[in-house]
Design a protein. Structure first.
Ligand code: BGC
Length: 742
């Protein structure tokens, strides 16, 4: 439809009809099995509100959504179609590894392919838009939603943000537009704006306190990358920032998001976030909340009655201008138009395609390859890969047979379609001993609402029996793979943990197995970095497998048996202990820096634990070894403002006997500036594949904009002075060169 026609349509609509376009209701109102992911509005919606609401969340299925759309359009006075939205985070039915794991691949194309597959499957199931990617920067492993992020680094997050948006929506056209009508494509919604990933004390929905400089330099770049890649929608965050909840923060949503960051698309509040301004204590009632939100340019009210019951009187009383409502409605109509819904309100909903595409062989294969590429080998004392012949391996632990390995946000993924480790062993014809050993959790504290879905230790006698069985299996084996870690529901939304260790019952299993067999390899399941000090000290190998998805078991077997050489690196540091959190590699310089071994008391350090995380950002081992040559800089000085650049080159050689991939990482340190700068910052990376003995040159080009930051005058610019360049295979590399910007 032409823009002119949309204008005419808007003119034809009554104020009530316009305001109803701004309401999103959950599919539960239109059908019985809609997915509800937050507290439902207690007031309930009237029949008229339901019949005129502009968008819907949480319902899926080609036949069902076609039916809902058809019925809706019969009553819609202007035949304006609904947009169907849902949280498709790491896959629709073919579940990929959780986003944090994807970040560890250091391969944005892997995430792009995952998003493409998710788009294809969910488009066939009738969806038009996903509430993804979540690009929030995360530094606190206590926060349960770190599993939904790609980690602690702004640069890495930005590369993933744009790749995921492109996967869902397709690449931007030359004129900067995105063709959302394309078959198999869905619109992306970047979230949660802004800085939702920094809640105080790691507690979900909690206050965020950040300096504006930190917000700008560390937190905004990944949202900007998603916007630049064409993300059609953006979601506000629940938290306050500078004591103002985002959904009512005019400066953030208008001045920064719309004006500075040039976001032109639709803004949706997070679940009930407009109404929650009452709880935040910045609105007296829903009417005031509605006023604050519409003035902040929030277009869609997610499941509350704030907009639909108050905007009309706000306009009639002259408090809110109708032009503001028109702007918001227009953005929604434009999105409907971009999706082609006026011509084809069902878009790609297709039952036949649903059958053919969902979980097809190709999608499963991609999910399997992707999962294997996200596993981080944290430790390996010459025990992995396992031998295919002549080695008796026992597979022990509560995650060996479990299919609850698809992550907290796999709302439509099914366990019965998931491959466990035990399933994978069977498929490979490996007749290994399998024993559960223990429950996942000691108790169900905080998780009572999941009923029997969480597996916790209920009875001491049964626990003793499980343990005994495991010890017997361990005694008879040459090596033991112990599958330990978190339950699927221990991370994700509203799943913060103050103790990020492994549950006691699993640690008892670890000790008991280790006492009879020293050859323990831990496959570590988690949605966050955990405190694994003891495991890391005593196991001979540790492989972080996260929540690996539908093909998780197969991918784990692929890596354990050496068919795939692990190549992932940590996208988020594993803390030494929870007391160190938040701990991240790109921290600021302090006035009293400490280096291991220093004896002075008055330095920035702990008395009882090291400063260094247990495993830092960018770290991860391989079954082969790589040698990286000293860094070669093309020149020692560049002139500011002249468009000059320095190139930093290294030669990388595979010095081992297996083919493998290495992630070569570029970090930069600014020696002195008008404000304190991070001790180092990732500015580039390249993942290269090398056969044994093969070597390749990797060259990074360092341009002036890579040196820019928000300076003392709040300008984003570079400053003259010396810079260190580090090129290596973790954030701790000391392979350094120095140049000066003059
Ligand atoms: C979450 C969002 C999600 C929304 C809709 C909220 O609780 O914070 O990330 O997209 O629910 O399900």
């Amino acid at each position: 439809m032409e823009k002119q026609k949309l204008q005419e349509l808007l003119l034809d609509m009554s104020l009530t009809e316009k305001i109803e376009q701004l309401l999103q209701i959950s599919g539960a109102y239109l059908e019985n099995e809609g997915m509800v992911t937050g507290p439902e509005n207690t007031v309930g919606f009237t029949q008229e509100e339901v019949e005129l609401a502009g968008t819907v969340l949480g319902s899926v299925g080609a036949a069902k959504l076609r039916g809902i759309q058809k019925k809706y359009l019969e009553k819609q006075p202007h035949r304006i179609p609904l947009i169907f939205m849902a949280d498709i985070i790491n896959g629709y039915r073919t579940i990929f590894p959780i986003p944090l794991a994807q970040g560890c691949s250091f391969d944005p194309q892997l995430a792009c392919r995952g998003a493409e597959i998710a788009a294809r499957e969910s488009a066939a199931a009738g969806l038009h838009l996903t509430f993804s990617p979540m690009v929030d920067l995360v530094r606190d492993a206590r926060w349960g939603r770190v599993m939904e992020s790609t980690g602690e680094d702004p640069y890495l997050n930005s590369r993933f943000a744009e790749a995921i948006v492109e996967g869902y929506q397709g690449k931007k056209c030359d004129d900067g537009s995105v063709d959302l009508k394309k078959r198999g494509k869905i619109a992306a919604c970047v979230k949660h704006f802004a800085a939702y990933g920094a809640p105080a004390a790691g507690r979900d929905y909690n206050t965020v306190e950040l300096s504006e400089r930190t917000l700008r330099d560390d937190y905004l770049p990944s949202y900007q990358a998603a916007i630049d890649a064409g993300a059609a929608m953006l979601m506000t965050s629940f938290n306050t920032l500078d004591r103002i909840p985002s959904s009512g923060n005019r400066r953030l949503m208008r001045d920064i998001l719309r004006d500075e960051m040039r976001f032109k698309g639709v803004v949706i509040s997070d679940w009930a976030a407009i109404e929650e301004m009452l709880n935040h204590g910045i609105a007296e009632d829903r009417k005031e909340a509605a006023k604050l939100a519409i003035e902040a340019c929030v277009d869609i009210d997610l499941v509350t009655t704030c907009y639909c019951r108050n905007l009309e009187s706000l306009v009639k009383e002259g408090i809110v201008s109708e032009a503001l409502i028109d702007e918001a409605v227009m953005r929604i109509l434009e999105l409907k138009n971009q999706l082609g819904l006026f011509e084809n309100p069902y878009k790609d909903a297709d039952e036949q395609e649903e059958k053919e595409l969902i979980l097809c062989k190709e999608h499963r294969l991609e999910a399997r390859k992707a999962a294997a590429d996200t596993f981080v080998l944290l430790k390996n004392e010459n025990i992995l890969p396992l031998k295919k012949d002549g080695q008796k391996v026992a597979f022990i632990g509560p995650h060996v047979e479990s299919r609850k390995i698809i992550g907290a946000w796999s709302l439509f993924g099914k366990e019965e379609e998931t491959v466990s480790i035990a399933d994978a062993l069977k498929a490979r014809g490996i007749a290994a001993a399998v024993a559960k050993g223990s429950a996942v959790l000691d108790d169900n504290r905080g998780l009572e609402m999941f009923g029997d879905y969480v597996d916790y230790q209920k009875d001491a006698a049964a626990a003793a029996e499980l343990l005994e069985e495991a010890v017997t299996a361990a005694k008879e084996a040459d090596a033991v793979v112990l599958a330990l870690g978190e339950h699927r529901v221990q991370s994700g939304e509203a799943a913060s943990r103050a103790d990020i260790g492994i549950p006691e019952c699993q640690m008892e299993l670890f000790d008991a197995v280790l006492a009879v067999n020293p050859n323990v390899i831990v496959a570590l399941f988690s949605g966050r970095p955990l405190d694994i000090r003891k495991i890391s000290a005593k196991a001979r190998a540790v492989l972080a497998v996260w929540q690996p998805g539908t093909e998780g078991g197969n991918a784990i077997a692929d890596v354990l048996y050496g068919d795939v050489n692990p190549s992932a690196k940590l996208a988020m540091s594993f803390p030494w202990s929870v007391g160190q959190v938040p701990v991240y590699y790109n921290e600021m310089h302090t006035g009293r820096p400490y280096k291991e071994g220093m004896k002075d008391k008055y330095l920035s350090k702990y008395l009882d634990i090291p400063n260094r995380p247990l495993y830092p950002f960018g770290y991860g081992l391989s079954y082969t070894t790589f040698e990286i040559s000293p860094v070669r800089l093309s020149c020692n000085t560049i002139v500011r403002g002249q468009g000059e650049s320095v190139s930093a080159g290294v030669t990388v050689k595979n010095t081992g006997t297996a083919a493998g991939k290495e992630v070569v990482q570029l970090y930069i340190r600014d020696h002195a500036a008008s404000v304190a700068r991070p001790v180092r910052e990732l500015k580039g990376f390249e993942k290269i594949a090398l056969a044994p003995g093969e070597e390749k040159e990797v060259i990074f080009t360092i341009t002036e904009d890579m040196l820019s930051f928000t300076n003392i005058d709040m300008e984003f610019t570079s400053e003259v002075g010396a810079y260190s360049v580090y090129v290596g295979n973790s954030s701790e590399t000391e392979n350094e060169g120095v140049f000066t910007l003059i």
